[in-house]
Design a protein around this ligand. Sequence first.
Ligand code: G3H
Ligand code: ZN
Length: 285
Amino acid sequence: MLVSGKEILLHADQNKYAVGAFNINNMEIIQAIVGAADELRSPVILQASQGAIKYAGIEYITALGKLVADKYDIPVALHLDHGTDFEEIMKCIRYGFSSVMIDASKYPLEENIERTKEIVKIAHSVGVSVEAELGKIGGTEDQIVVSEAEATFTDPKEAKIFVEETGIDSLAIAVGTAHGVYKGEPKLDFDRIEEINKIIDIPLVLHGSSGVPNDSLRKAVERGICKINIDTDIRATFATAVGDFIRANPEEIDPRKILTPARDAMKEIVKKKIEVFGSVNQAWK
Ligand code: G3H
Ligand code: ZN
């Protein structure tokens, strides 16, 4: 069942768990994610970055996303991850995404507010939810590169203004995570999550969550995180499984045989994440 991002996140907020938002690029990844969510009766967010849409084609991404949303009896949202381009965001809305992210976090507060407001007005008029970002999350996510020096934590007072001015449905906050592979162990600012959660009343989103220890993820959920974004851990699982299979079976040329262990391994990692996020048996449809 395809639902809006807002519906999925409000349920998570009210029931004190987080929904996994997993990045999708192809059919096998989608099957792994939705297969895991279905087995555990968990709501799930399938999210495509602008890079994923460029790679797979928006027709394929939306057709596959809607297909699995119809096929499985769990709440599924189809979400644009880190939308930086107005036209691209409009295209996703037109093709049937139920949620979009406008990432104007690289701009000063006022400009971030203006760009975000413009998307909110259009998206809300057709029932599509909007996530936006305040603060700068470090690391690399597709075309977005933020160096350690540029990364800045979200200011709680600014967050309140940002949410009130823009009317967004969920807020991505910078609290110590980074996109991509971590060099050391990430240190999350749990007090900041708690403080932001106290003063704003929309669901909070944690980006760059691959490689974050399970205990830290659980603590973040306890303090108010409702959506947890995972990309790198799925990519790494895929690459390792394909590499292992090819090394063990160098003569094999059948893509189905090469990709099956990768799809199984991705499903297992997604199941583990869903258990940590506390969304098992939270599917309400
Ligand atoms: O927007 C996507 C995420 O923030 C993914 O971050 O690749 O570090 O898991 P990750
Ligand atoms: Zn992200």
